[in-house]
Ligand binder design. Sequence first.
Ligand code: 173
Length: 328
Amino acid sequence: MTPHRLGKLALATTLAASALLLSATSAIAQLTTLRTVSAFQKGTAFAAPFEKMMDRVNADPDAPIRFDYIGGPETTPPLKVGNAIKRGVIDAAVVTGAFYTNLMPEANALRLSERAPQELRASGAWDSINAMFEQGMNVHWLAFTGHQVPFYLYLTKPVTGTDLSGLKLRVTPVYQAFFQALGATTLQTPPGEVYTALQRGVVDGYGWPLKGIFDLGWQEQTKYRVDPGFYSVEVSMLINLDAWNKLSAEQQAYLTEQATWLEEQEAQNNPRITAEEIKRQEDAGIQTITLSGEDQDKYLATAARVGWEEILAQSPSNGAKLKELLTQ
Ligand code: 173
């Protein structure tokens, strides 16, 4: 054998070996289970819709994928979930943009969306926003819940107008700029620390959506809800992009179908749940402080103005695009 032929043979052998190796890795890479974490406590208002979806998938004998639900904040601190999903420590996450503004500040714009997930999907806006998620977070944006569930200011002391000076309020990046613009001082905490902060008098109130305050017993520490609500909840399921790319087209299509089912459930159920929640808060003795007329105008206009100002300052290019995609 000439040295030349020997070289060729060696090359052929190497090629065959790497082809084998490749097919072996792609067999291993075939994902059948998504390791999933929720930033919200198991069974609570914003985890429950996703838990229902995961149960539905896991009960479907024909499902091409399963969810392995590892758990809630006891497994990953809520403010660390963004990092875990970005790095692929987990495959799927139930989380809201306010919990990972350090990684992708513009995701916090989804609470300013005037468009329902159904509209975003139909118009193609979903794909543009998903491209931002891929780029900024290394995730696929699978599902968007909570739309049209407003956020509120809850208090232990009354206010008479829009002046919040002298109050210290528990916030996340959902509310921080807004409450500060009205004069409040703020303290950021994850949901799990709200009860103790109220009980110890560390804060005079907190921001939270309409639903969910009973989950962790906060009604015991809440005297007032300020109406109207503002913004609209966004809690999403994110799939790590490397995990998503390992799924077959069939698995991806199946998961997208589950997401649209979930979003349809939300659209059907949230109006009823909000009405029930208002009644339940009233029955628990929580009084309503209603801002009307000019106060209401100022309150809502300030919320919208500072919400977008913050997004545009932190993320000028994607922020402007999001404003166009999300507002009427
Ligand atoms: O208040 C919060 O912790 C928060 O930002 C949030 C966001 C979406 C749903 C529920 C709470």
